[in-house]
Design a protein around this ligand. Structure first.
Ligand code: GLU
Length: 340
């Protein structure tokens, strides 16, 4: 009896330690997760750094105080803190899921063989970067590669392609997503640079047909509305081998998840992707709408929405909150313990 009691105590202590320091999702305690979310929320709530994106006029009008955090574990538990009801446009985070769709339809070589998977070393909408390699060596997390990826989604009409993309994002989020029409109209009226990028990628043969349609669909995909819980569920689906842990639907073949995460790790946070990976080890993607998603493979997906961005274009609060929460929960996949 006494021995059994000690074993129970030891198991409880071990579970507590693992809950705080990491290991698999099942071992993360809800208490530790809630404490990490609460702490990060409070710590950065008053932070007044950064500025909303304004090159898309509608984004400048979004409430800069909006601040929501969500974490979804690979066993389907949802944790939230702050403003998780409000939606922002997904913007560049969409690039991850359109690339995933192309990989799902055509296999990983379609992406590496067309636009490439290396960092460009240039800003996300660089024309110079296209010229440097004639549109090759452009990963799908920057605009030329992303517009090319959108052009690769199979479909007989614009409507068919669009419906597939929106349905795919919705499967990742676990609910039917919709488009923010104001943001779509605002960006469509001001996206001449992206139209030029689409046409250049066409000129170099990386877009096979109808570059203007590809840019238009890309612009619409960037305008999809999401809240922090949607984004965290999308990230958690990647953390869970492509199966949405809340709905149970296999959205992406698990064999392709490493390809998607690799490109996120390489180029997910614009020119600060290396900095981010160095600090957190997490494949992630940010968007100029103020959202960031990050994936702790096998453990959880996390997302934070807060519109003010730093000079690199990444949400200031989101970076800090995700880094803190992941550290508290042992989310860094590179941080392994020594085998004794
Ligand atoms: N729709 C935006 C653009 O193409 C997305 C930018 C971003 O979030 O990085 O400029």
């Amino acid at each position: 009896m006494k021995a059994r009691f000690s074993v129970t105590i030891i198991a409880a202590v071990a579970a507590f330690v693992l809950g705080v320091t990491g290991a698999s999702a099942a071992e993360l305690s809800p208490k530790a997760i809630n404490a990490a979310l609460d702490a990060a929320y409070e710590k950065y709530r008053g932070l007044q750094e950064g500025k909303n994106a304004d090159y898309i006029p509608a984004l400048a009008k979004v409430d800069p105080e909006l601040y929501g955090i969500a974490l979804v574990t690979t066993d389907g538990k949802v944790f939230t803190k702050g403003d998780v009801g409000s939606e922002v446009s997904i913007q560049s985070i969409s690039k991850v899921f359109t690339m995933a769709k192309v990989i799902e339809e055509r296999g990983p070589d379609a992406i590496s063989g067309n636009m490439g998977v290396d960092a460009t070393g240039q800003v996300f909408n660089s024309i110079v970067a296209i010229e440097q390699h004639k549109g090759a060596e452009m990963n799908a997390m920057v605009n030329p590669g992303a517009i090319a990826a959108t052009s690769m989604v199979a479909g007989a009409s614009r409507e068919e392609i669009w419906n597939k993309i929106l349905a795919y994002y919705s499967d990742f989020a676990g609910r039917k997503l919709t488009v923010n029409q104001e943001v779509f109209a605002s960006e469509a009226a001001t996206n001449q640079r992206n139209q030029a990028i689409g046409r250049l990628m066409y000129a170099y043969g990386h877009i096979k047909d109808n570059p203007d349609q590809a840019t238009d669909i890309y612009t619409e995909q960037c305008s999809v509305n999401v809240n922090a819980k949607d984004l965290a569920t999308m990230a958690a689906t990647l953390a869970n081998g492509g199966r949405n842990p809340v709905t149970g639907k296999q959205v992406l073949n698990s064999a392709y998840v490493p390809n998607v995460l690799a490109v996120m790790a390489t180029a997910g946070l614009y020119d600060d992707s290396g900095q981010w990976l160095y600090q957190t080890g997490l494949p992630a993607k940010s968007g100029v709408g103020g959202g960031i998603i990050a994936v702790s493979p096998g453990r959880f997906g996390i997302a934070v929405i807060s519109p003010p961005l730093d000079a690199a274009g990444n949400s200031v609060r989101a970076q800090k909150a995700i880094a803190d929460i992941s550290k508290a929960l042992g989310g860094n996949p590179y941080a392994v313990t020594v085998r004794k």
